[in-house]
Design a protein around this ligand. Structure first.
Ligand code: ZN
Length: 448
């Protein structure tokens, strides 16, 4: 993961800076009713369709019909029966990607990353994101911006995208594929559109929301969520790279304040979580794989508070505490300083996970933090097992916790229990068998 924020990416990447400047300077032509397709437009549409095929072929689309159906229903509600523009069909899909991002293609396909779904709190906030993206499609922003880029003979410099997301990780995988298919589409997905286009998408998105009886204040509150927490973790929240989040929060709040508050539907967090919980579970695991244990923890807490008796959420919560290692759950005061932030970036960009943990452990208080985190994880795992001994994942997590604490006999015992209980086709069976070999070797295996 690369920790650059929008304002920092412009420093190391002059091309990115130039491009962002260009986007701000572009005029807005969004007379969609008069829109007539040119050859470059049709090429962009072809590229968008190819991109969708690649997402599908490379297994990046999160397949959960109930969730996809729910998202589509929210989008359909926003469209409210009005006809889609020519060559547009609104379709919402989910990408298996813990980045906090959503983007649309000119064909009308809207992709939300599992990371964005995990960040939203309720349906109204989700609707604000979908409404914004639908407004980009209806405004033909991708086509118009693509024409401007061509007119100015600007080559989209993909170096800035390379700096943005790491190779070989699930984090940002969608953008890597997009980059290989279409520079302009990948760039729009990362950097958004011109200031005017973004303002228009916010305004029109808000109108779609209010027409569908959502509280329009959910849009600024969604923007706020995209900004929050990401300081805690130097995780890129791409969505907030759209012009200026602060500007957008102020502007959309002012518009929302001016709308009548009558007949707004209630959108409770629990109702939303019921739809997105499985995708959130996937995303928590992906966050942990991407060294974002704090985000994983914040999300697992939400699920565990929502359903305290669900063993799956308690196990994920324990996994997140274990994943923190010697890191604190919240940033300390020094971490919020410029030097502290720079250090976090260095950890992520220059160190392996093991090196990072060693550096954290070497800090004053590091060992105590790790002990406390591990103790919390152990307490959660054992509580789950006490209630339901057959939850295989709790044994796996406990085994990994014991292994890292060099409690090898206990680790071997838990790995064996996991292997006994896990389904025959469990994907990580081989991995756990190897771990068992590693911890069982030095001791008398038969007695464990
Ligand atoms: Zn946008």
């Amino acid at each position: 993961m690369r920790p650059f924020r929008w304002y920092s990416i412009t420093v190391p990447c002059p091309a990115g800076m130039f491009f962002s400047f260009l986007l701000l300077a572009l005029p807005l032509f969004s007379q969609q009713s008069k829109f007539s397709f040119t050859r470059p437009d049709l090429k962009l549409l072809d590229d968008a369709n190819e991109l969708e095929r690649q997402f599908e072929r490379k297994g990046l689309v999160y397949q959960e019909p109930a969730l996809t159906g729910y998202l589509q229903a929210v989008a359909d509600g926003l469209q409210a029966g009005s006809p889609a523009p020519a060559r547009v069909q609104y379709r919402v899909r989910v990408l298996r990607d813990p980045m906090i991002n959503a983007f649309s293609l000119p064909s009308g396909s809207i992709y939300t990353d599992t990371g964005l779904l995990a960040q939203m709190e309720n349906e109204a906030q989700l609707a604000s994101v979908l409404g914004h993206e639908m407004a980009h499609v209806a405004g033909r922003h991708a086509y118009l911006q693509n024409r401007e880029i061509r007119k100015l003979s600007v080559t989209v410099n993909l170096l800035s995208l390379t700096a943005f997301v790491p190779a070989g990780q699930i984090l940002g995988a969608g953008l890597y594929i997009a980059r290989s298919v279409s520079g302009p589409l990948a760039t729009f997905a990362v950097f958004g559109y011109s200031r005017q286009c973004e303002d228009e998408a916010d305004r029109n998105g808000l109108s779609l929301m209010t027409a569908a009886s959502y509280d329009p204040h959910a849009m600024p509150s969604a923007f706020h969520l995209l900004d929050e927490k990401l300081d805690v973790e130097p995780a890129r929240g791409i969505y907030r790279t759209h012009p200026s989040l602060k500007h957008r929060i102020e502007k959309t709040k002012a518009i929302a304040d001016s709308k009548p508050a009558a007949s707004q539907r209630t959108t409770a967090e629990g109702d939303y979580l019921a739809h997105v919980a499985d995708a959130m579970c996937f995303n928590i695991e992906a966050d942990l794989d991407s060294r974002r244990a704090r985000l994983a923890l914040a999300r697992a807490k939400r699920l565990a508070e929502w359903k305290p008796d669900a063993p799956r959420y308690s196990v994920l919560l324990a996994d997140a505490w274990r994943g923190l290692g010697a890191d604190t759950a919240e940033p300390g005061p020094t971490e919020l300083t410029a030097e502290g932030k720079a250090e976090r970036r260095r950890f992520l960009s220059k160190m392996t996970a093991e090196e990072e943990q060693a550096a954290l452990l070497a800090k004053p208080g590091g060992p105590e933090v790790k002990r406390a985190n591990d103790a919390t994880a152990e307490r959660l795992y054992t509580a789950v097992i006490a209630r339901q001994p057959s939850i295989a994942e709790a044994h796996r997590g406990l085994g990994m916790l014991y292994q890292i604490e060099s409690r090898n006999d206990e680790a071997a015992r838990e790995y064996r229990r996991y292997l006994d209980m896990a389904p025959a086709g469990a994907l990580d069976r081989l991995r756990i068998e190897r771990r068992l070999d590693a911890v069982a070797k030095p001791s008398a295996v038969g007695q464990l």
